[in-house]
Design a protein around this ligand. Structure first.
Ligand SMILES: CC(=O)N[C@H]1[C@@H](OP(=O)(O)OP(=O)(O)OC[C@H]2O[C@@H](n3ccc(=O)[nH]c3=O)[C@H](O)[C@@H]2O)O[C@H](CO)[C@@H](O)[C@@H]1O
Ligand SMILES: C=C(OP(=O)(O)O)C(=O)O
Length: 416
């Protein structure tokens, strides 16, 4: 079993460049299905989810070429092949095949998605959206069959603010007849990135990044070239790691505005953070104050950063309370951090974190960001080597993690 080995106690120092965003990439790749000619994506991250998605598109008959950080997708010969099992179970974002195939072919059969299952993650709002557009949706033993004779624009009010449902409805509605309004839409930067690509492909989308998105359906969409936005979650994780190790790191090739909630929280703790045009410098300090954190939808503090933030808060003086208002039960990192000596209690949707010194241990990453939390924690440990299993989860979201951390002076390697 592969392990990530971390010998901590060294302040991270230097510059780390951030790749394109995973959560954009896994929506932009299936969005290409809607075009009739080649879509080229630049600044693509080298991640396992991206590799799986490329294979999924090939299974559908797409021609995919991936070199360095550029992927070309020729969707002209694609068909809506049923995918009840197999690779669709390997990642969460396979649900975007539903909206994209429905938009282009009027039908899709896709197994329920996999990915990080830190708690039940329903897709009822995606289905409600497809039905509002005129599709018939049935669940056949965990496989979702969606059919529409004709997609028609509709007004859809999302009961919960959902990134996935907002994007999935945008994908299908781009090729529907007439006007679709998504109300109570998610506002994450990745939504804007997807709308930008779709518009470059010929769609007519306005309002992405606000709570009302207006989509005027078009009959045809074409190829284009698009560069993916930087990964704000990888960037935030390196900000946390820099602070936790009392280091001095320039996080480069990012959009600092996407990290405002993180920057503000670090500053509140006493970390020195300097924003530049396309970079943020984080300078760690010896003493940090406990703070309260509420993970919320964008532009609030990102739920994907709450697990690594928990590790940083073990390094603060006093008691911090971290609540997750997006996923109430995203605390699989807590028992593992406890093995490393952390004093954390989970009460309802909150983790109550006491400042504590951590020790090396053998721990398991149960999901992607739980893995990031363990890496951050391990980097703070002064003596001994921490062994982290579940590396396959971490590989879903951090490009060249060992190389990146080693370049910053960390002692990290893979074993097994
Ligand atoms: C591939 C991708 O982009 N993944 C991100 C996406 O996941 P994902 O798109 O799956 O997350 P959502 O924004 O949909 O989920 C937000 C909340 O809404 C609930 N919900 C969602 C859909 C639905 O139909 N019904 C429902 O009840 C979820 O259980 C959750 O409590 O946004 C999450 C929230 O920022 C991030 O943690 C994930 O990294
Ligand atoms: C939960 C995450 O991803 P996914 O939705 O792809 O499982 C994440 O990126 O933290």
């Amino acid at each position: 079993m592969e392990k990530l080995m971390v010998r901590g106690g060294r302040p991270l120092r230097g510059t780390v460049g951030i790749s394109g965003a995973k959560n954009s990439a896994v929506a932009l790749i299936p969005a290409a299905i809607l075009a009739e000619s080649e879509v080229r994506l630049d600044n693509l991250p080298q991640l396992s989810d991206v590799a799986v998605y490329a294979e999924l598109l090939e299974e559908l008959g797409g021609k995919v070429t991936w070199k360095d950080d550029t992927m070309s997708i020729d969707p002209s010969a694609m068909k809506s092949v049923p995918m009840p099992n197999g690779r669709v179970k390997m990642l969460r974002a396979s649900y975007y095949l539903m909206g994209a195939l429905l938009g282009r072919f009027g039908e899709a059969t896709i197994g329920l998605p996999g990915g990080c299952n830190f708690e039940p993650r329903p897709i009822d709002q995606h289905i409600k959206g497809f039905e509002a557009l005129g599709a018939e949706v049935t669940n056949d033993h965990g496989s979702i069959r969606i059919r529409a004779k004709e997609l028609r624009g509709a007004k859809i009010y999302l009961d919960v603010v959902s990134v996935g449902a907002t994007i999935n409805i945008m994908l299908a509605a781009s090729r529907a007849k007439g006007l679709t309004l998504i109300e109570n839409a998610a506002k994450e930067p990745e939504i804007i990135d997807v709308a930008t690509l779709l518009n470059a492909m010929g769609a007519k989308i306005k309002g992405a990044g606000t709570e009302t998105i207006r989509i005027e359906g078009v009959q045809e969409m074409h190829g284009c070239r698009h560069s993916i936005i930087p990964d704000r979650i990888q960037a935030g994780t390196y900000m946390i790691a820099a602070a936790a190790t009392r280091g001095d790191v320039l996080i480069d090739n990012i959009i600092p505005k996407h990290l405002e909630a993180m920057t503000a929280k670090l500053q509140e703790m006493g970390v020195h953070v300097y924003e530049m045009d396309e970079a943020i410098r984080v300078v760690g300090q010896s003493l940090y104050e406990a703070v309260d954190v509420k993970a919320l939808v964008y532009p609030g503090f990102a739920t994907d950063l709450q697990s690594p933030m928990t590790s940083l808060l073990t390094q603060a003086r006093g008691v911090s309370v971290l609540s997750d208002n997006v996923y109430n039960n995203r605390f699989k990192h807590v028992p593992e951090l406890a093995r490393m000596g952390a004093h954390i209690r989970v009460e309802g949707r909150s983790a109550i974190i006491e400042g504590s010194r951590l020790n090396a241990a053998k721990v398991r990453a149960a999901d992607l960001r739980a893995g990031a939390a363990l890496v951050v924690a391990a980097l703070t440990v002064e003596e001994g080597t921490t062994e982290i299993t579940g590396v396959e989860y971490i590989d879903r979201g951090y490009e060249r993690l060992v190389t990146q951390l080693s370049n910053l002076g960390a002692e990290v390697w893979r074993d097994g």
